[in-house]
Design a protein around this ligand. Structure first.
Ligand SMILES: O=c1[nH]c(=O)c2nc[nH]c2[nH]1
Ligand SMILES: [Zn+2]
Length: 438
């Protein structure tokens, strides 16, 4: 039997960095038995590859006038909030949490409800080409386990956190410190004992206002002991920032609260960061923490407009997040477009065109950039050799598709049109770990 299970020939788009967009035309990509990329070579080397690996001609799939890209990586999404996508778009963050979000999340104490909502959301993510998501669950251990099981069942790569909150939360959606710690440890054990490493755990204090110092400190200790990633929210909304200042006058800044409690390091992914101070940005740079930029959410909850370029220029790791359901769209294509629009708004505001993000940079941030931000770039994010084959086969000529392409469109034009106008109708096949999942 050959080591090679799949071979694709045609056009491939991926990035090696923010300004390192690559179009590999007339190439062949081989996937091995372990679901990893074994080769990516010019088509002129096909005979040699066939001799070396002894694969059958019949396994070669021609991408035609379509192309292949790495799967999208959503660096920040709330699985339980997927029930609310497109709803509750009228309030700013703190009111939105109380009126819509906490009541919705509290329902996930019911395992059947979690099963229904999570199975739909995981399937929809794969349908839309999101091969990896960094998820927030709820405070409920059992429904978080269900999310792990469903990602494993449907084949989505995921990082999943059980949410922690022990203050400033409704009576029916709050935990004691000891329950929170016990269930977090149990969740981490559960994920670690899965037969595959498709899903990984992450420590998930919701945000400073809902986690008291003792809880934050203990969560930092669990993360340190188990070498785990950490995710939370920071500086999304001006009232939120003022509240954190009131709660923690002893700390220099919002980010300093996380830092002082052992929650801000090179394995941390903080969503938003719109209102970080210069000093805070330098802290992210120093410790190597990431920001998940969630443009749709920032517009929808009227939070503000991040200066993304400023973070990128400082070398801070940035990924893109849909932030469902603060963000109303779970599609990463939409997320790229919102990132571009947000950057243009920033460029008008600052009268500085340098702040604009173009579609190639947006594509990079939604793939390798997001993978880096959540610490998975050693496994996924582009088509480098021996990375896991998480990929999308995109077709631009589809019946009743979302846009028209013409003979005069080059393959690069088709790629650009897809970024701006495409949707899941263009995603012919989705692969995770070498396995077809759509
Ligand atoms: O966009 C957000 N969504 C949330 O669920 C949340 N919780 C705290 N801060 C938050 N921000
Ligand atoms: Zn969020």
């Amino acid at each position: 039997m050959s080591l090679i299970t799949k071979v694709f020939k045609g056009d491939f788009f991926h990035t090696l960095g923010l300004k390192k967009f690559q179009h590999l035309s007339n190439h062949v990509l081989g996937v091995n038995l372990y679901g990893k990329i074994e080769f990516l070579k010019p088509i002129s080397e096909l005979d040699e590859l066939r001799n070396r690996y002894k694969f059958q001609e019949s396994i070669i799939k021609d991408l035609g006038n379509g192309f292949m890209v790495p799967g999208f990586v959503d660096a920040h999404a709330h699985a339980p909030q997927s029930v609310n996508v497109g709803l509750g778009t009228d309030l700013p963050l703190l009111d939105w949490l109380i009126k819509y979000t906490f009541p919705t999340e509290s329902k996930f104490q019911e395992a059947d409800y979690a099963n229904l909502v999570y199975s739909r959301f995981v399937k929809r993510n794969l349908q839309q080409g999101t091969t990896t998501t960094c998820y927030f669950g709820t405070i409920h251990l059992d429904s978080c386990k269900i999310l792990v099981d469903l990602c494993t069942k449907y084949g989505q790569r995921a990082i999943i956190g059980k949410v922690n909150m022990n203050r400033n939360s409704p009576d029916n959606y709050i935990e004691t410190t000891s329950d929170s710690i016990r269930d977090t440890e149990a969740f981490v054990e559960y994920v670690k004992n899965q037969p595959t490493d498709l899903v990984e755990p992450i420590i998930t204090p919701r945000f400073v206002p809902t986690c008291d110092p003792d809880l934050m400190y203990q969560l930092g200790e669990i993360a340190k002991k188990n070498d785990l990633r950490i995710q939370s929210h920071v500086s999304e909304n001006k009232d939120e920032v003022a509240w954190v200042k009131d709660l923690h006058p002893e700390c220099k800044s919002y980010s300093d609260v996380y830092y002082k409690h052992g929650l801000l390091n090179d394995k941390t992914i903080m969503a938003h960061g719109i209102y970080l101070t210069d000093e805070e940005r330098k802290l992210y740079q120093k410790v190597g923490a990431s920001i998940a930029h969630c443009a749709n959410s920032n517009f929808t909850l009227s939070s503000g407009c991040l200066n993304l370029r400023q973070l990128l220029d400082m070398g801070i790791k940035v990924g893109l997040g849909t932030d469902v359901s603060g963000g109303y769209a779970s599609s990463m294509l939409q997320c790229i477009r919102d990132t571009i629009i947000c950057s243009k708004a920033k460029s008008f505001e600052t009268q500085d065109k340098h702040n604009e993000i173009d579609f190639r940079e947006g594509f990079h941030l939604a793939t390798l950039g997001s993978a880096k931000s959540i610490g998975l770039d050693h496994k996924i994010g582009n088509f480098e050799l021996y990375k896991h084959f998480d990929a999308l086969w995109v077709k631009t000529d589809v019946e009743n598709g979302p846009f028209d392409s013409f003979n005069t469109d080059s393959i690069e034009d088709r790629f650009q049109k897809w970024i701006y106008l495409g949707d899941d109708r263009n995603i012919h096949k989705t692969f995770v770990n070498g396995k077809q999942v759509k």
